[in-house]
Design a protein around this ligand. Structure first.
Ligand SMILES: NC(=O)c1ccc[n+]([C@@H]2O[C@H](COP(=O)([O-])OP(=O)(O)OC[C@H]3O[C@@H](n4cnc5c(N)ncnc54)[C@H](OP(=O)(O)O)[C@@H]3O)[C@@H](O)[C@H]2O)c1
Length: 472
C-alpha cells in the first residue's frame, strides 16, 4: 500500500525534448485571454508557436491549455479531443505534448479548481498509448500568480524541466509527486458506530459491496446503497444460478416451454437484470447478517433530482447521513485515437457528474468519513482508459480539496489495482493473467478498505492499493 507526497524538486536544467527543434508548436485551449499571454511568452523565448482552434496535423508539438479555466467537462473533453486529433502522428512519429492545468500548482487543491485536476490521468495514459512521444502535465497556479507571471514560470519550466512527467508550479516553488509506503494505525474506530448512516453509491454490487459488508461487520452502521438497477424478482420455478450463460439457457427453455419467442438481446437483458437483482438482495442480506442496517434505493447518482429524492427518503428512514462512499463507476475502454465524447460522458456520469450531484445535496460538514473508489489508471495511466483515468484522477484531487476543507474527517481516495471481481470479468481476468498482473482477492481488498475508513482522519488522502503493492 502506498501514498503520494508532493515534494520540492529542482528542474534538471534541460529543455523539454522536441520543443526547441519543433518547426511548429500549436497552442490550443478555450481561453483566448490566457492563450495570447502564453503564446506571447513562448514567442519571446524563441519557440515557434501559434494559437489554433484544433491541431492542424502539421505541428511537431502541442501545448493544450484546456485545463487552465472552465468546467471539468470542457477541460477534460477538450484536451482529449485535441490529443485524439493528433493521435496518428503521435503514434507513428512521436512528438511533444504539454498538457496544462490550474488546480493551484500543488496537486493538493484547496478550492474548486480541484474539478479540473484530471489531466494527469490523460497524460499518463497518453504516455502509454504513444511511447514515441514526450507527454508532460504541468499544473500552474495561474489564478494565484497572475497570467503573465504564470506564463513566464511555464516557459521557464519548458526550458529547464526536461521530460519531467508531472510538475506543479506555484508561488512557493516547483513540486513533483513522490510515492512512498503508506501506513495507518490498526484497530481504529473512526468514531463510526451503529448510529451512523453511510450513503454508498454503487454499494449493492461489485467490489464496493464486498467492502461495505466488511465495514458493516466493524461498525454495525446503517448503509443506504444506490445503483441504477431495480431489484428484479427471481421468477418462480426458475432454478437459481449465478452463471449468466446458464441463466440465458434456462430463460430460453422457459420461454420455449411457454410458447414465447425471445430475441437473444432480450435474453441477455433479462439475465443481467435477474443477476443484478440477486446480487443486490445478497448484499442487503450480508450487511444485515454482519450486524448493519441496509436499504437499497434504485437511483442514478448522476441525476441530481433523483439523488435528492433518494437522500431525502434515506434521511427520513435512517436519520442524518454521516458518511459517504462513492463507488459507482463504469468503463468504456477505447484508445485515445478512437475515443468519442459520448464514451467520455458515459464514464464521467457516475464518477464525476455523480460526485457533483452528491456534493450539491449533502452537507459535507457533517460527514465523518468520505471514501472514493479511484483506480491505478489515474496514478499510472492505462491504454484505452483515458476517460476513466481522468475521472479517477479528478476523484483524487477532489479528495484533497475535501480534506483541506474538512481536516477532522477521514477522507481517502483509494487508487485500486485490479480486483478479482466486479468490473474485472473473465475477459479482463485472462488479460491480467497474461500480463502477469496479480488481482486483489475480494476479502483482502475489503479488509484494506475497512482498515482505511476506520483509520479516520489518520488515513492518507491518496492511497494506492494493488495485489503487488498491498503490503509493502
Ligand atoms: N474491480 C476493479 O478491479 C476496480 C479497480 C479499480 C477501481 N475500481 C473502482 O471500484 C468501483 C467499483 O467497481 P466494480 O469493479 O465493483 O464495478 P461493477 O461491478 O461494475 O460495479 C459498479 C457499480 O456502480 C454502480 N453504478 C454505475 N453507474 C451508476 C450510476 N450512474 N448511478 C448509480 N450507480 C451506478 C453499478 O450499479 P448499477 O449498474 O445498478 O447502476 C454497480 O453497483 C468503481 O468505481 C471502479 O471504478 C474497481
Amino acid at each position: 500500500m502506498r501514498t503520494v507526497a508532493y515534494v520540492s524538486r529542482q528542474a534538471v536544467g534541460r529543455v523539454t525534448p522536441g520543443l526547441r527543434e519543433a518547426g511548429l508548436i500549436e497552442y490550443i485551449g478555450n481561453y483566448p485571454a490566457i492563450a495570447q499571454v502564453v503564446v506571447q511568452a513562448m514567442l519571446e523565448a524563441g519557440f515557434v508557436v501559434r494559437e489554433v482552434t484544433q491541431p492542424s496535423g502539421s505541428a511537431d508539438a502541442l501545448v493544450l491549455g484546456h485545463g487552465l479555466a472552465g468546467t471539468y467537462s470542457d477541460s477534460h473533453t477538450g484536451a482529449l479531443a485535441a490529443l485524439s486529433a493528433q493521435a496518428g502522428q503521435l503514434a507513428t512519429k512521436g512528438g511533444t505534448v504539454i498538457l496544462l492545468q490550474d488546480t493551484g500548482g500543488r496537486f493538493q487543491p484547496a478550492d474548486e479548481r480541484a474539478w479540473r485536476g484530471g489531466l494527469a490521468g490523460l497524460a499518463r495514459t497518453a504516455t502509454q498509448e504513444f511511447p514515441l512521444a514526450t507527454i508532460r502535465l504541468i499544473d500552474v497556479d495561474f489564478a494565484g500568480l497572475g497570467t503573465r507571471p504564470a506564463a513566464d514560470r511555464l516557459v521557464e519550466e519548458l526550458l529547464s524541466g526536461g521530460n519531467a512527467a508531472c510538475v506543479g508550479l506555484n508561488a512557493k516553488g516547483r513540486l513533483v509527486p513522490d510515492e512512498h509506503p503508506a501506513f495507518f494505525p490498526p484497530n481504529q474506530t473512526a468514531q463510526l458506530t451503529s448510529s451512523d448512516t453511510l450513503l454508498v453509491t454503487g454499494g449493492a454490487r461489485g467490489v464496493t459491496a464486498d467492502c461495505i459488508i466488511e465495514l458493516a461487520a466493524r461498525t454495525k452502521a446503517g448503509f443506504i446503497l444506490l445503483g441504477r438497477s431495480e431489484i428484479t424478482p427471481w421468477p418462480q420455478g426458475l432454478p437459481q444460478t449465478n452463471d449468466e450463460k446458464e441463466l440465458r439457457g434456462l430463460l430460453a427453455r422457459q420461454a420455449s416451454a411457454e410458447g414465447r419467442k425471445v430475441k437473444p438481446a432480450d435474453l441477455n437483458r433479462d439475465a443481467r437484470a435477474l443477476l443484478s437483482g440477486a446480487e443486490i438482495r445478497a448484499t442487503l442480506s450480508a450487511i444485515e447478517q454482519a450486524g448493519g442496517r441496509a436499504l437499497y434505493l434504485p437511483t442514478d447518482v448522476a441525476d441530481p433530482a433523483a439523488l435528492k429524492s433518494a437522500v431525502d427518503q434515506a434521511t427520513q428512514l435512517f436519520g442524518p447521513i454521516t458518511g459517504l462512499v462513492h463507488g459507482a463507476g463504469v468503463l468504456a475502454d477505447k484508445l485515445i485515437a478512437e475515443k468519442t465524447s459520448e464514451q467520455v460522458a458515459r464514464v464521467f456520469a457516475p464518477k464525476i457528474d455523480g460526485l457533483a450531484a452528491l456534493l450539491s445535496v449533502l452537507d459535507t460538514s457533517t460527514l465523518k468519513t468520505i471514501a472514493f473508489f479511484s483506480s491505478v489508471s489515474a496514478r499510472y495511466g492505462n491504454a484505452g482508459q483515458a476517460d476513466y483515468a481522468m475521472a479517477n484522477e479528478i476523484l483524487n484531487r477532489m479528495a484533497c480539496w475535501l480534506k483541506a476543507s474538512h481536516p477532522q474527517a477521514g477522507v481517502t481516495s483509494i487508487n485500486w489495482g485490479p480486483w478479482d471481481g466486479g468490473m474485472v470479468d473473465d475477459g479482463l481476468r485472462a488479460k491480467f493473467a497474461e500480463m502477469g498482473v496479480p488481482l486483489i482477492p475480494r476479502d483482502a481488498g475489503a479488509r484494506i478498505f475497512a482498515d482505511a475508513v476506520m483509520a479516520g482522519s489518520k488515513c492518507p488522502v491518496e492511497l494506492i492499493v494493488g495485489a503487488g503493492i498491498a503490503h509493502d
